[in-house]
Design a binder for this molecule. Sequence first.
Ligand code: NI
Length: 258
Amino acid sequence: MILPELFDTHVHLDDPRFQDDRKEVIQKLPEQGITRVINVGADRKSSQASIRLAEEHDFIYASVGIHPHDSKDMTEDDLRQFAEDSEKYNKVIAIGEIGLDYHYDNSPREIQQLWFERQLQLAKELNLPAILHIREAFGDAETIMRKVGKVKNGVVHCFGGSVDFADFCIKYGYHIGVGGVLTFSNAKKLVEVVKHVPLEKILLETDCPYMAPTPHRGERNEPAYVRFVAQKLAELLEKNVENIAKTTYQNALEVFGL
Ligand code: NI
């Protein structure tokens, strides 16, 4: 069987959960049909690790940014570093993941808001796509996204919002990132969203090692499992999986300027 090529737009292969077999996981990706991935930075260290992975492997790209969980430790120096990295390395193709997370509240909300806005502004100035993480903070996220204004490209990863929020995101230049949650039995809201938005606005992702799709729920996730997300999307939209793979791959190439 020839597997249709897939682009996993959100991975964390630098995560310690890959420390024992990272090399093997990466090496087998092309034969599994996962022909491009973006390793997403979440703090300064993982942003640097993302760049290293991208420098070592043709099919890995990097994003740099600080996750809302860690925005309490962010400094002006980090912002300068990200600007510098994106100039220096061609493989740095996005700023992220940035945003707001009021589910965990690991950083004070005002600090999350401050650095979300500053990093989103940076993406805009650098003319780079932004990778957004927004959890239980849709109102405040919308306020900041409006304030910074329409972006050229971006994605709201692991989309958890309503149909209305999806419409707003698309209007402001973002795509909708869809991962393992789509395969969960309680994914009602996300199912509504994927049926509502055009397929041209959807990107596939795993967010591995997190969020493993059914039938691997609870296990360590890996890029190969993005196939289960594509399969589920095909079922829901009553299309064949080749069509889903091809369209979402093309979407990702366009969003990230590849
Ligand atoms: Ni992530």
